[in-house]
Design a binder for this molecule. Sequence first.
Ligand code: PRX
Length: 651
Amino acid sequence: MTQHVFPIPSALAATAHVDRQTYQDLYQRSLDDPDGFWREQAQILDWVKPFTSVKNTRYSPDAVTIEWFADGTLNASFNCLDRHAQGRGNEAAILWEGDTPGDTRKVTWNDLRQQVIRLANALKKLGVRKGDFVSIYLPVVPEAIAAMLACARIGAVHSVVFSGFSADALAGRIEDCRSRVLITADEGLRAGKHVPLKKNVDAALENLPFVEHVLVVRRTGRDVPMRAGRDRWYDEALAEVPDECAPVAVGAEDPLFVLYTSGSTGKPKGMLHTTGGYLVHAAASFRAMFDYRPGDIHFCTADVGWVTAHTYLIYGPLANGATIVLFEGVPTWPDSSRWWQIVETYKVNIFYTAPTAIRSLMRDGEGPVRQHDLSSLRVLGSVGEPINPEAWLWYHEVVGGGRCPIVDTYWQTETGAVLLCPLPGATNLKPGSATKPFFGVRPALLGSDGTLVEGEGAGNLCFADSWPGQARTILGDRERFLNTYFSTFPGYYFTGDGARRDADGDYWITGRLDDVINVSGHRLGTVEVESALASHPSVAEAAVVGMPHEIKGQGIFAFVTLKEGIAENDDLRRDLIQVVRTRIGPIATPDRIEWAPQLPKNRSGKILRRILTRIAAGDYENHGDTSTVADPAVVAEIVRRVQESTNSSAL
Ligand code: PRX
């Protein structure tokens, strides 16, 4: 296969933090002497009590231990705020651009620090103590960052819930970590539409009496019901507390946050991240992978509800003292030049986004990009799903003017920070490849029987050793943590992804191997969507699989069996879509629902999703080994129906 290779731009090779030789030397050193390597990297932070031990990790089949810098103490908010406010207090920490064009705020390091301190005091007044969980359900506004850092300041653990999730999804995530305090807003704004956040909160809290306090940010200023004794306006709560709050020194292994992500069962997993290792990995990798220089303006488009924002919009950049652009809106509203207008206005140097957005903007052609001066851009990044070469080339040429390297960064909510990525001054780029391991990271490809694939080849993507940003457990379910990540291939962390390694040792992610689908860079468990569908009184059962989708990467295809006597019709289809949106949120909206009189099952009653996946992809003949199907006529009938509706919608 001929392969585009983009060599390292010579100007970058000469000036980058890491050049090719440095990468090779440092990578080798990070494997040979992890303690020495990470001890040095950890100096990117200020520690209250310096650590003496660095790496204490073990992935043996009978015991998994993950500890980094365990006897050190530090404070994340001090590292992300105070040390930059000293001397640069009046410079911008956050350049906020609201959903409505022209609605902007500049938040200086002093402003942000003041807000964090007051909120930390307000939280203390509400009884929040070190180790307590605080849920955050906010749009992309500076208060969301202040809320995270205020928790960190007092050693509380934040749980940010994406504000696009429904009341039900929010309730499940509050119930799991049992936070007594929630921070939200009256409403959100998205592409000019009002999102009823407080209303969702009220619905979510109906059956959660343990939530004692809700702080409400005034975002749109519209009237929302406030429950006496429970709800308070954020600004009022902040106005009445002192403006001093010393950062609490916490242990490196004390938790910083929990963040929920989908897995193979209906229940999202609360990935628990700790303070020291996470922050070292976030800060050091941010600096290296974007070749960050003091004074750079960094724009990461992720919503604060996802791990990408935690690590590379907030903690990594702020720990480095970077000025960040925080954008509340969407790239296509009021029109598809919005991001490029922001890049021009703020003279953005580093831009980090997801392939799905690039694909959707490509449809509108080069015009909206060309209207703007993007010459400030130096490094581009991609995250969340494999980037197809066509989108990569467009991003490189049209957005990056052919001069900016694209760092395709592979990682997960569980990994905390990057595991595979090019470094701008060190790595030749190949469109679609996440290229090489980050420092200290040992990738391994394993065959399904557990044999190690050497050299060129494909397999289950695993990692043979720990890294500092790794999640330490699933909140409240250590058993599930061990089973999900460490039991399939004993001695390894298993990602759930497949990957290929080429002759140059570059990695290419081929996608999820489990019952997780990646819709527009967002992870969804097929079982979550199935349970939402099955909660409808007319549904007997449902099977959900991913299907190829031009913009979203994967779309959601649902096969639904109705109860006896229920008529198949479009109204019911609409009802089912509504059920999913109510139970999970708009991101889980099925792209296609087909009625299936029965679902293909094996003799013990297990739904054969792999057959449905092929049918959803338009492959009506090759169903692989069908000998396990209890009743082959069921498959034939589903194929007939899917073909028929595909043909009729193509007319
Ligand atoms: O399948 C991989 C895909 O996204 C999954 C992780 O999703 P999440 O925990 O939501 O985190 C997304 C942001 C870090 C992975 O298991 N993925 C992530 N980055 C890439 C990717 N697939 C291919 N290339 C990437 N760069």
